[in-house]
Ligand binder design. Structure first.
Ligand code: NAP
Length: 328
């Protein structure tokens, strides 16, 4: 029976995106079939859906790097009909159809049972952004980050990763500082756990390879000049989790922060995160890392036909919080 999917067309025919009627056989294969309930919108979805970057490797394909729904059929013993499950990253909307589809086939090797403590909508309120914030925190703590070392700076603070990182770090007792281009959102950022808010416009990194250090660590979803500046102002033995490129892909720095201050630059790849760690982090996202204000962080709920306007907003840097997509 036909159902709806928000698909991106491209290649020689040129970029277009919208709702198509498709059948199960039009979808990428997988041992598990799900009735999709919710998806979400991440920066990468906006890049793929607007055609601004080459995210998808083939066309047409359903967008959406996140998906949550109920199993309707499974060829894998670990999953049975009715199980609530989720997938984030793992090639969705890159090499295989993603979550903007009323039904989806997914590989068992990437599928996580939604842990107790989260419903499907909340799971997508977190989605890749929440998983990435949790991965940043995990990698920084694995590398010795502790609350008593000093404050953590979160860049791109009003975005999905940013708002969730603020909640998670402050929830664990860190002093979290927010760096944002949206002064009018400072009050909200404080509500989400920022003890200090800094305007991007007031930021002057200085030009020396090492400037006075200000923060014990950072979560950076901006990249480019922002990341270059950050390397110069992190306390000795601090960590920078580099997860994004909203401001650029280049990195100009020197080795000085690394060899004089022992600063660590940690790479964050949420797409190919090993399965055991993926499960562990989702358990934490349902317990000690679950944001107390998750409901308020979900600032928008849309249907698939509203996706293009959300993509536009995100590409303009005007995001605030998380957008969930009601698919079912
Ligand atoms: N490595 C991974 O596995 C992974 C996973 C998820 C996301 N990401 C990346 O992380 C970034 C954030 O993703 P998201 O889903 O949170 O996106 P988002 O909700 O759109 O947030 C991005 C935020 O970055 C800031 N920003 C946007 N354009 C900027 C610019 N030109 N210069 C400086 N700051 C800018 C804005 O915050 P302010 O106005 O508050 O500054 C914006 O709200 C993206 O680059 C995304 O690709 C990577």
């Amino acid at each position: 029976m036909a159902f709806q999917a928000f698909r991106v067309h491209g290649g020689d025919a040129g970029h277009s995106a919208g709702i198509d009627q498709i059948d199960l056989d039009d979808l990428s294969e997988g041992e598990i079939t799900i009735q999709v309930a919710w998806s979400s919108v991440n920066y990468k979805d906006a890049l793929a859906g607007s055609g601004k970057a080459k995210i998808m490797r083939r066309f047409p394909m359903a967008g959406g790097i996140d998906v949550a729904g109920h199993v309707t059929a499974s060829q894998d013993d670990r999953f049975k009909e009715g199980d609530p499950v989720l997938v984030t990253g793992c090639g969705l909307s890159e090499t295989r159809d993603g979550g903007y589809s009323e039904q989806l086939r997914i590989p068992a090797a990437n599928t996580v049972k939604v842990p107790e403590g989260l419903d499907l909508r909340e799971a997508m309120g977190l989605g890749t952004a929440g998983f990435t914030a949790a991965l940043c925190l995990h990698r920084m703590e694995q590398n010795g980050q502790q609350p008593d070392m000093g404050p953590i700076l979160v860049t791109g603070a009003t975005g999905g990763v940013g708002t969730l990182a603020l909640q998670m770090f402050s929830g664990l007792g860190y002093e979290a500082h927010a760096l944002s281009g949206k002064v009018e959102r400072f009050h909200d950022l404080q509500e989400f756990g920022a003890s200090q808010c800094i305007s991007r416009r007031d930021l002057h990194w200085g030009q020396r390879p090492l400037e006075s250090s200000k923060w014990a660590g950072a979560v950076d979803s901006v990249g480019g000049e922002m990341l270059s500046g950050l390397t110069r102002v992190i306390h000795p033995w601090g960590n920078i989790a580099s997860c994004g490129l909203a401001g650029g892909v280049e990195l100009h720095s020197t080795v000085m922060p690394f060899i004089i201050r022992g600063v660590s630059l940690l790479g964050i790849d949420s797409v190919n995160c090993p399965y055991a760690l993926r499960q562990e982090l989702w358990q934490r996202l349902a317990s000690d890392l679950k944001p107390t204000r998750l409901d308020q962080l979900i600032t928008r709920e849309v249907t698939m036909d509203q996706l293009p306007e959300v993509f536009e907003l995100m590409m303009a840097g005007d995001s605030f919080g998380r957008t969930v997509v009601k698919v079912g």
